[in-house]
Design a protein around this ligand. Structure first.
Ligand SMILES: Cc1cc2nc3c(=O)[nH]c(=O)nc-3n(C[C@H](O)[C@H](O)[C@H](O)COP(=O)(O)O)c2cc1C
Length: 173
């Protein structure tokens, strides 16, 4: 019936798929690559992320998933808002992916950006961007899901960086 959710005891059942297997199979699901950004306590923070989902058009809702060890996860919780910056398939997009997949303390040092409506950094070189105010937060295993109400969004022409089986790829022509 609509609205009914069957809950399965995930304790033992969840152990039947090893993390390495899950990662490999998840890698067959091709995605773009984004940089999730926010500003917490006056400091910009961000990381590369591909766990991003367009949830609803009316109201406009986007979902991101950040791991428990991610400093961006902590900062997003504090900020109450985030931006999703979709990376383009060019040298700047690849460079941004490398910087933001790392753990540097000053990822924004040589990255062109401006403050969005909610304060989250919007990357000047993004192919597309969403600025979101958090409306729902849900811990799910070792990640936290954030659903954000989109308050502004935009895009420019170009192709996206593509992520497949753990590597950056190009769209087929
Ligand atoms: C293509 C790609 C996609 C990623 N997707 C996610 C993601 O969706 N969620 C996440 O928490 N980490 C993701 N990561 C890993 C983070 O970018 C990485 O752990 C980063 O160092 C976290 O930085 P922080 O601790 O400064 O937040 C991804 C990395 C790459 C390269």
């Amino acid at each position: 019936m609509p609205g009914n959710t069957k809950t399965i005891d995930s304790g033992e059942l969840g152990k039947s798929v090893a993390p390495t297997t899950l990662r490999a199979v998840a890698g067959t699901f091709t995605t773009g690559i984004t940089i999730i950004t926010c500003t917490a306590d006056g400091a910009p923070q961000g990381c590369a992320a591909n766990a991003v989902l367009s949830v609803s058009l009316e109201p406009p809702l986007m979902l991101i998933s950040l791991g428990e060890t991610s400093r961006t996860r902590v900062a997003v919780e504090r900020a109450g808002a985030f931006a999703i910056n979709v990376l383009p398939d060019n040298s700047k997009g690849s460079a941004l992916c490398s910087v933001f997949a790392g753990r540097s303390d000053d990822k924004f040092a040589s990255v062109d950006h401006y403050g969005g409506l909610l304060g989250a950094p919007v990357l000047t070189d993004a192919l597309g961007w969403f600025e979101c105010a958090i409306v729902t937060t849900q811990v799910a295993g070792d990640h936290t899901l954030f659903i954000g109400l989109v308050v502004d969004a935009g895009h420019v022409p170009g192709d996206p960086l593509v992520f497949f089986r753990g590597q950056n790829r190009k769209l087929a022509a």
